[in-house]
Design a protein around this ligand. Structure first.
Ligand code: 2P0
Length: 322
């Protein structure tokens, strides 16, 4: 086999209807379907070369050698599909401003799935790529596509994958990311969601309610109803964080400045600006708004937190080879 290098670029995505819990940890099958927006601003580029001369997999992230256990486990899935046993060199670069705290496993595994499958001689279609990316990190299956994306939970490896949702052309949804901290997570997403599934007394309500949120947000997109779209997103995020506070032992990703930023968004909203927040497994706030309101929102957040903490991103493209 020729040691050909393939390089892929995949963009991060932010969930508006959150994935928070697995029904199968090995296959990474989620407890509920989710919906996200792929962002243009933040992405990962990854090159993969399968090389007969290598004795073990090699993984470089942002120019430094990293432990490759998780990456090797993922490459094993690719090797099995391609019926090869050759080790690989993986070189990955996160294109996220170092202060942004928005590097994600979603863009990482989407880029790795595309580059590694190609380098192994596979020619997977998008559905197969989404299923493969999911095996690295659940949210990565959504970063195979651009714009708004739904991940259908499915009930086995074949049926759990993402697909794009058409964005009406006059629905100019944008995100303003506010960085509150770039520290490592107190509890990883993987551990946090597992604890919630196992201990939150509200988990069954979440499952039922999130299915309704997903249907309602898709209807809002169809109707170009931005207010309902934002309201559902914000409420779904708060329900996810309420699960964390109801777990045993309980935990929260909020920092004091997270609450302060939420109140600023709520104040802007009371003044007639359509803006809503969402948060993932960390204290950083993402404000969902329309393109026309980006300036006023960034001005307000910059005044309170500093211009260097505020990043604007629009809908981004699908994962692609470069
Ligand atoms: C999401 N998050 O839907 C949710 C909301 C964070 C909060 O997916 O265990 O890194 O690798 O499947 O995908 C982050 O979890 O977790 C995540 P694994 P992942 O975006």
């Amino acid at each position: 086999m020729n040691a050909t290098t393939y390089t892929a670029r995949a963009h991060t995505n932010i969930a508006l209807i959150k994935y928070w819990g697995k029904k199968n940890e090995e296959l990474i099958l989620p407890m509920n379907s989710s919906l996200s927006l792929t962002l243009d601003r933040f992405y990962t580029e990854t090159s993969v070369t399968f090389d007969e001369r290598l004795k073990e997999d090699l993984f470089l992230l942002d120019n430094s050698k990293k432990n490759s256990i998780k990456v090797s486990k993922f490459l094993d899935i690719v090797r099995q599909k391609a019926a090869i046993s050759i080790k690989a060199k993986v070189v990955s670069q996160n294109h996220v401003p170092s202060t942004a705290g928005l590097a994600s496993s979603a863009s990482a595994y989407a880029a790795l799935a595309l580059a590694a499958s190609k380098a192994a001689g596979l020619d997977l279609n998008k559905k197969e790529l989404s299923r493969l990316a999911r095996r690295g990190s659940g949210s990565a299956c959504r970063s195979i596509y651009g714009g708004l994306v739904e991940w259908q939970e499915g009930n086995d490896d074949q049926t759990s994958f993402a697909y794009p949702i058409k964005i009406p052309t006059d629905f100019e949804v944008t995100m303003v990311a506010l960085v509150i901290s770039t520290d490592y997570k107190k509890i990883s997403s993987r551990a946090g969601m597992k604890r919630v599934v196992e201990t939150s007394p509200y988990y069954s309500a979440w499952i039922q309610n999130t299915a309704e949120d997903l249907n309602n947000i898709k209807q809002a997109i169809l109707e170009r109803d931005f207010e309902t779209f934002g309201e559902i997103s914000e409420e779904n995020a708060m329900k996810m964080h309420a699960l964390n506070m109801s777990a045993h032992p309980h935990f929260s990703y909020f920092e004091p400045d997270t609450i302060k930023a939420m109140q600023i968004v709520e104040k802007l909203r009371s003044q007639g600006i359509s803006c809503y927040y969402t948060l993932d497994a960390g204290p950083n706030l993402k404000v969902i708004c329309l393109k026309k309101d980006v300036q006023v929102i960034t001005d307000f957040l910059s005044d309170s937190f500093g211009q260097e903490k505020v990043f604007v991103a629009g809908p981004g493209p699908a994962a692609h080879l470069i």
